[in-house]
Ligand binder design. Structure first.
Ligand SMILES: NC(=O)c1ccc[n+]([C@@H]2O[C@H](COP(=O)([O-])OP(=O)(O)OC[C@H]3O[C@@H](n4cnc5c(N)ncnc54)[C@H](O)[C@@H]3O)[C@@H](O)[C@H]2O)c1
Ligand SMILES: [Fe+2]
Length: 387
């Protein structure tokens, strides 16, 4: 069978790799990037780090900093309007997945035109993006190494996440500088880190998994088990930040090629309905969905358990795989129920939404590659278990 495996064109990685940004722009003969970011990233001084390196090389820039978590079509349109108004010719996505995906969406509008909802699905772009540099400041989404952009459709009352998949969404350059992640607060470190873990596990269990993606997924799983607790416990632990940065990029490479699964399908409606952060939405669903999947992939579940440090797998090694993930969730402070996650952000979670969210989850593209095919009742039951 012929399969494709695509990666970002160039990755600069390691402490202070940010200095590679100006030469990447100049090497292309480009003049003015639009930096797409958000207010939180600006507040902690990360935008200034980027503008300082650009200014040191005399490169002008414009800034869009209105991206919201779980960005929407307005972020895509507004950033694109600024891109045009400021006469920019390339893009920098600076932040977590939200600004990096907004930069991708801005790029889609710049070269493919129309409105962003048209591109939901696979391979619908009409042209490559403008030259795009992704600079992650969280260690979770891996958007710097994926062919995906996730934009929430908020046009009517029923909000849902549009998944846009296209090889042309892979960045031209990814700059993975762990120094930018040192100030990430513990809760965001934990939830984004569990997003990376979810990417790696879902890629590994996916029906689209293959040797290349498995190697990257397993490597990422091992790194998250080893370093996430350290990064949550001490944000200034540069080694832990660096290893988590590798983990997110490797997990992104894996799932970008192998696909995801039901955890992401169930997490997206949680974010669309209740604005729950993507990492928390995944993390709270992960153990329960693994428990549902385990019967069809017992060997892979046992391998996950081993990577998590369980040496005695007992008579039910697949259960050990679920257990080890629940332990990690508990250790880094992820709540066990959706209601508790909602309480953290003062959102009331309403069980009457379960049916509607379950239908959305079944329609998600990630459900195509999940290892055990679910029906509507299964998804309703899974949400109910963790409600
Ligand atoms: N494109 C993909 O492949 C892909 C994959 C997974 C998730 N996603 C999407 O990514 C989005 C989630 O991204 P995320 O989890 O990275 O969160 P995010 O980008 O929404 O950021 C969360 C918060 O962290 C703050 N922040 C970011 N970096 C910081 C730093 N270094 N120090 C202090 N604060 C910092 C931000 O200001 C923001 O308030 C969702 O929309 C999700 O659907 C995309
Ligand atoms: Fe994710």
């Amino acid at each position: 069978m012929i399969t494709t495996f695509q990666l970002a064109n160039m990755i600069f990685t390691g402490a202070d790799s940010l200095i590679k940004v100006p030469e990447s722009i100049k090497a292309q003969g480009l003049k003015k990037p639009l930096i797409v970011t958000d207010k939180g990233v600006v507040k902690v001084g990360l935008l200034k780090k980027v503008t300082d390196v650009l200014e040191s090389e005399g490169i002008p820039y414009a800034v869009y900093d209105e991206t919201v978590p779980n960005p929407n079509e307005k972020n895509a349109e507004d950033s694109f309007n600024l891109y045009k108004k400021e006469d920019c010719d390339c893009l920098i996505g600076l932040g977590g997945g939200s600004p990096m995906d907004t930069a991708k969406a801005c790029g889609i509008l710049a070269t493919s035109g129309g409105t962003i909802d048209y591109y939901r699905g696979m391979g619908l772009l009409k042209a490559p993006l403008p030259f795009y540099i992704a600079i992650p400041t969280t260690a979770g989404t891996g958007s710097e190494s994926t062919c995906a952009a996730i934009i929430t459709n908020t046009k009517d009352d029923h909000h849902w996440k549009m998944v846009i998949l296209d090889g042309r969404l892979l960045p031209d350059v990814a700059v993975i500088d762990p120094v930018l992640m040192l100030g990430l607060p513990p809760a965001i470190t934990a939830s984004t880190g569990m997003d990376a873990m979810t990417h790696a596990i879902e890629a590994y269990l996916s029906v689209g998994s293959m040797e290349y993606s498995n190697a990257l997924a397993l490597g990422a799983i091992e790194l998250v088990f080893k370093y996430l607790g350290r990064a949550v416990g001490n944000g200034n632990d540069l080694e832990a930040r660096e290893k988590m940065a590798y983990a997110q990029t490797m997990a992104g490479m894996a799932f970008s090629n192998a696909g995801l699964g039901l955890v992401h399908s169930m997490a997206h409606p949680l974010s669309a309905f209740y604005h729950i952060a993507h990492g928390f939405a995944n993390a709270v669903c992960l153990p329960t969905v693994l428990d549902y999947n385990k019967s069809v992939c017992p060997e892979k579940m046992a391998k996950i358990a081993q990577l998590g440090g369980i040496t005695d797998l007992g008579n039910y090694p697949e259960d050990a795989g679920v257990e080890v993930i629940q332990r990690l969730n508990d250790a880094v402070g992820i709540p066990r129920t959706i209601t508790e996650v909602g309480a953290m952000i003062n959102v009331v979670i309403d069980p009457k939404d379960i049916e509607s969210m379950s239908k959305d989850a079944l329609n998600e593209v990630s459900t195509i590659t999940t290892p055990k095919v679910p029906n509507l009742n299964d998804v309703v039951e899974l949400y109910t278990k963790i409600w």
